[in-house]
Write a protein that binds this ligand. Structure first.
Ligand code: ADP
Ligand code: MG
Length: 305
């Protein structure tokens, strides 16, 4: 089957139509809304590196979209569309059918369209998705706006995906395979948060990026980390390792004033949020347990380790 019929069969579905020109021409065309900036990001998933080889094709399709929507959400922006660059080692129709279904399921859930891409052959299965979104000019939440005394807040629960990876077959594998990009929360925070990041490489490392970019430090209360019951069975140190150094959660971590956090809660976001600490002047992260300093040795996910 030629490249064109793969595209036609699996990646050219009719979708919600605010795209001027989608799949089928040399490029896609979009009309940016007035007074908005384009928000754009890309993420590659390599088989065996970013997901276990036995991951279901449907989950791979979902996740390749979700991780990108998470980056758009982390700017406070609304996702609009994606491009898909797919390198396949072989043409497997069953795989393509399930993969494209997973991809469209995630797109449909978050109101995103597939507007183009590229399809090639290579020895390794590699999926690169580029996501596009819009945000009112000047409203994007970057990593560099954290202010001393802001609260540090994280959505959902953390450590689940790393635990799921270590215990394949456990119900928490769902959190590894089907991460939920926090699009609604991200967009709500556009007028409220002072800085934001999505947690892909472990909370400590990702929060560290906010602190570095903002030139501040943090105090984190270990008692407050949102950890699922399944992980609560483990020793304290093991729980904290999953929660602080485990990757792939795709939750949002943000800094916000107390007043703005109260406003956020009034908006009733569709995911829980937990205050885990506070921004401080002194650089680095100080961990506390029961009101006392509690030093920890941690490492996040290293892409080139
Ligand atoms: P070109 O040779 O001009 O780069 P292609 O033959 O690669 O064009 O692609 C033809 C059309 O199909 C383009 O509109 C492209 O965006 C789209 N396309 C190719 N691969 C995919 C894919 N995996 N998913 C969605 N659209 C795709
Ligand atoms: Mg091409």
């Amino acid at each position: 089957m030629a490249e064109f019929s793969i595209i036609e069969t699996y990646f050219n579905r009719q979708q919600q139509n605010d795209v001027d020109l989608g799949v089928g021409d040399d490029s896609a065309l979009l009309s940016p809304p007035l007074n908005h900036q384009l928000v754009i990001c890309t993420d590659t998933l390599v088989a065996g590196r970013h997901f276990p080889l036995e991951t279901s094709p449907h989950a791979i399709g979902w996740k390749s979209v979700a991780v990108n929507l998470s980056d758009i959400a982390a700017m406070g922006a609304k996702p609009h569309s994606i491009l898909l660059a797919l390198s396949l080692s072989q043409i497997d129709h069953d795989w393509l059918k399930q993969f494209s279904q997973g991809l469209y399921d995630c797109c449909d859930q978050f109101g995103v369209r597939l507007i183009g891409g590229d399809t090639t052959q290579s020895p390794h299965l590699t999926i690169t998705v580029t996501a596009l979104g819009w945000i009112e000019t000047g409203k994007a939440i970057t990593r560099s706006g954290a202010q001393v005394d802001d609260l540090i807040v994280v959505s959902g629960s953390i450590g689940d995906a790393a635990f799921g990876l270590k215990h394949l077959g456990h119900p928490l594998q769902q959190r590894l395979d089907y991460p939920t990009p926090r699009c609604e929360l991200g967009a709500m925070l556009k007028d409220l948060a002072s800085s934001m990041i999505d947690v892909s490489d472990g909370l400590a490392q990702d929060l560290g990026h906010i602190l570095d970019a903002s030139g501040v430090g943090a105090k984190i209360n270990l008692n407050q980390l949102p950890i699922q019951p399944a992980l609560r069975q483990l020793s304290d140190n093991e729980q904290w390792k999953y929660a602080l150094a485990g990757g792939d959660d795709y939750e949002l971590c943000f800094t916000i004033t107390m007043q703005n956090y109260a406003k956020l809660l009034q908006l009733k976001p569709n995911v829980t949020t937990t205050i885990i600490g506070q921004v401080t002047q002194k650089s680095g992260i100080v961990f506390e347990k029961d009101g006392l300093d509690h030093p920890l040795q941690l490492q996040g996910y290293q892409h080139f380790a």
